[in-house]
Design a protein around this ligand. Sequence first.
Ligand SMILES: *Cc1c(COP(=O)(O)O)cnc(C)c1O
Length: 388
Amino acid sequence: MTPKSLMSIAPKPEIIFTHGQGDYLYDAENNAYLDFMQGWAVNALGHSPKALVEAINTQASRLINPSPAFYNQPAIQLADTLCKLSGLDQVFFTNSGAEANEGAIKLARKWGQTQPNKPWKIISFQNGFHGRTLATMSASGKAAFEPLFNPKVDGFIKLPFNDIEAVKSAIKSDVCAVMLELIQGEAGVVPATKAFVKELRAVTQAANILLIVDEVQTGVGRTGKMFCFENYQITPDIMTLGKGLGGGVPIAAMLAQNQVCCFEHGDQGGTFNGNPLMTAAAQVVVDTVSEPNFLHQVEHRHQQLVSGLTQLSSKFGMGEVRGQGLLLALDTGDISANKIAEKARTSYGLLINAPRENTLRFMPALNVSESAIDELLERLAKAIDEVA
Ligand SMILES: *Cc1c(COP(=O)(O)O)cnc(C)c1O
């Protein structure tokens, strides 16, 4: 069935999904799949939630794109909301997480040019993932990226994650920023330690260099707080958002503190950036997630999922359960996570992701129901039992 006209960039199962609702995806024969991937952690409110559909419909019939040469109301409103929620001052909207990170890298380099030593190098971390443009692949610490598309963009110093001494010795007068994921998502949900992040903030401040947090995966409620940096009691100089921000539509953002915002006219832009259709959609997500009770529910579902996965782990002799909020991973030990994910899909109508050979990742909708988690645990137990 492999479609000949689509460039093949990854192996994909022979399913074509035609519709989705809440925690479930359906194919043309109406087979239901319980979805704990949710568009790769993008459908923050599940599939086709009513409020999002209505906002998109309303905005589409009113104004889709006046051109990036003009302001539009939904973009202004969303920027105001994000600044108020994050404490950062200004927003640049983009169409993907990689593009937001690319913007962060450019802003950090530009800011470096305003400093006495004109620093331009950026410290990033082994196993980190920041996207698939040439600069963001260069910033990423994925071993599989190393031989690809060389020469890469110069100026990234890759250090071991959670190693503050390594950072201290790497900070020289040519370094302008440190860039990291607070939880390394693609690496298998590996959280930065609290001590590391606290010290990193102190060290970067003392050295007068920028701290960039890539919250493309962790932002907008995913970790149980509106932004993951709140779990670490720090404020970054630059933050990027993506994935869950649009509830499934392509929008991402780069936010920064006033003193870093040094782009001059002509430095940055993009045809689709901040268009009202996408910003109106994201407004629904951000407003919903920031409702007083919403993140409490995320916390309850977190507890439920962690305790269920912990039980499964001890039942099958597997490893630890890691992560925050509804970005969780189960270390499957000697049992192949890929085989479990495959079995779960083909025999039990369950969609889960295996980012590593022995890691399963769970990224359900943030409003996932209690019964959907029970269902996941039941189906997953059967899949593991069969593979083990
Ligand atoms: C997914 C992801 C990206 C890339 O986002 P795209 O929208 O796929 O370009 C960057 N950083 C992190 C941490 C991500 O999880």
